[in-house]
Design a protein around this ligand. Structure first.
Ligand SMILES: Cc1cc2nc3c(=O)[nH]c(=O)nc-3n(C[C@H](O)[C@H](O)[C@H](O)COP(=O)(O)OP(=O)(O)OC[C@H]3O[C@@H](n4cnc5c(N)ncnc54)[C@H](O)[C@@H]3O)c2cc1C
Length: 386
């Protein structure tokens, strides 16, 4: 389908596609196996101008917004959702700064992020606060011009490898979610360390660790927006970043469809390519329909966000994330099926794609939480019309 990309958008998609073929495809299985962080590839992504696509031009980026980011994440995730996540999770960690940072904070960090010289992360989740993010317990107690952070964040993507972390902590327990604040914390700050690195089912090239704060002193100038805005910073960040997860999911799904189609033309049984069997054709047709529908909902959501004409897009963002990730799961399961026994083997890419797809239904708000958000907005809108 034709999405009428601008010349700049076409260049971004093409660059990301070529980059993935040249630098990611040859090594994706190796990174999946070892679980190592793709430092070299990320450095090259920076050199190829792929790290600052969504960052405004005045801060050294390409100024192509959420839609530009979507195109690049989709193209690279067609080849490897795990390696691509190193860049996509930096976008998640950068959105709080883009949305709520002051001029000084933006000037200090954004040019480095845009050039690929600074990796970011977003620290919200804790052991007892996953979907129920409002119940975080990491504290930030005021001490003059500083705040003293204590607590542990769990399962933070880019943990340990990132240079800059947005951390949501409680500054006034009596106010619940409205008593939380967002802090920019640099790696190397005294009292800030990393817990264990997780060994994961999929997206194994990405680093997932705990963030540990033990009497970590952070200056008040590192607050994003103002005290008490932490939950709002976090929720609006997710509204802007969920299309990134959707793009990762769409890329994985589209990549799995490509691989399955190619395999179906080559593999012969009963004297014919398996692509000649109607059962296989219908699976391929369903996969293609769903991938295209996922692309349409995602592109339109990203364009809506970038247009800045719609103030609240939490429903659209949650729809894109839940829909694309459900499609990724169904498509990759079908891809494994089309590959038959080969689909179960690590010699072929289908099983990795299925493992990589699963996380997109879980992080940045599980698909149950996304459906809660969609229903909440539907009901709100319906009541408003009454
Ligand atoms: C690999 C990985 C990377 C991650 N990266 C980050 C990161 O960079 N930063 C960060 O802050 N977090 C990160 N997370 C955390 C992730 O966002 C959470 O895992 C996710 O939000 C779900 O929380 P939970 O795992 O505690 O599940 P729970 O909240 O305990 O949920 C368990 C189950 O109950 C369901 N459930 C819970 N509440 C409801 C409800 N009200 N209605 C319906 N169903 C419900 C959920 O959908 C789920 O199926 C990451 C997680 C993983 C696994």
């Amino acid at each position: 389908m034709e999405y009428f990309l601008s010349d700049k958008e076409k260049i971004v998609a093409e660059t990301a596609r070529e980059f993935a073929e040249k630098y990611i495809r040859p090594v994706r299985a190796e990174y999946d196996e070892t679980g190592e962080f793709p430092w070299e590839i990320l450095k090259k992504m920076g050199q190829a101008d792929l790290c600052g696509i969504y960052i405004p031009e005045e801060y050294g980026g390409l100024g192509l917004g959420v839609f530009g980011l979507t195109l690049a994440v989709e193209e690279m995730s067609k080849v490897c959702g795990g390696i691509t996540l190193a860049m996509a999770a930096t976008a998640l960690g950068t959105f709080p700064l883009l949305l709520y940072g002051n001029k000084e904070q933006k000037e200090k960090y954004l040019p480095k992020i845009a050039s690929g010289n600074m990796i970011c992360a977003f620290g919200l989740t804790e052991a007892n606060a996953g979907s129920d993010a409002g119940s975080i317990a990491t504290r930030a107690d005021k001490d003059g011009d500083y705040y003293i952070l204590n607590g542990t964040k769990t399962w933070i993507t880019n943990g340990g490898v990132a240079d800059l972390y947005t951390v949501i902590a409680v500054t006034d327990k009596s106010k619940g979610a409205r008593g939380t604040t967002a802090f920019l914390v640099e790696k190397g700050t005294e009292g800030f360390s990393f817990g264990r690195k997780e060994s994961k089912m999929g997206i194994r090239a990405s680093s997932t660790t705990e963030l540990v704060f033990e009497n970590c002193r952070v200056h008040k100038s590192q607050i994003l927006s103002r005290e008490g805005m932490g939950f709002i910073v976090a929720m609006n960040t997710l509204c802007n970043s969920r299309p990134g997860v959707a793009a990762q999911a769409l890329g994985i799904a589209a990549g799995a469809l490509d691989e399955a189609l190619k395999f179906s033309l080559e593999r012969k049984q009963f004297g014919s390519p398996i692509s000649s069997f109607q059962a296989i054709q219908h699976m391929l047709a369903d996969m293609a329909m769903e991938v295209e529908a996922a692309r349409a909902i995602l592109y339109q959501t990203a364009r809506t966000i970038d247009s800045k004409k719609q103030k609240n897009f939490s429903k659209e963002s949650a729809m894109a994330k839940a829909f694309c990730s459900d499609v990724a799961m169904r498509t990759t399961i079908n891809a494994v099926q089309i590959f038959g026994g080969s689909g179960y083997m690590k010699d072929y890419p289908a099983e990795k794609m299925m493992r990589d797809a699963k996380i997109t239904q879980i992080y940045e708000g599980t698909n149950q939480i996304c459906r809660n958000e969609i229903a909440l907005q539907l009901i709100k809108d319906a009541k408003g019309k009454k």
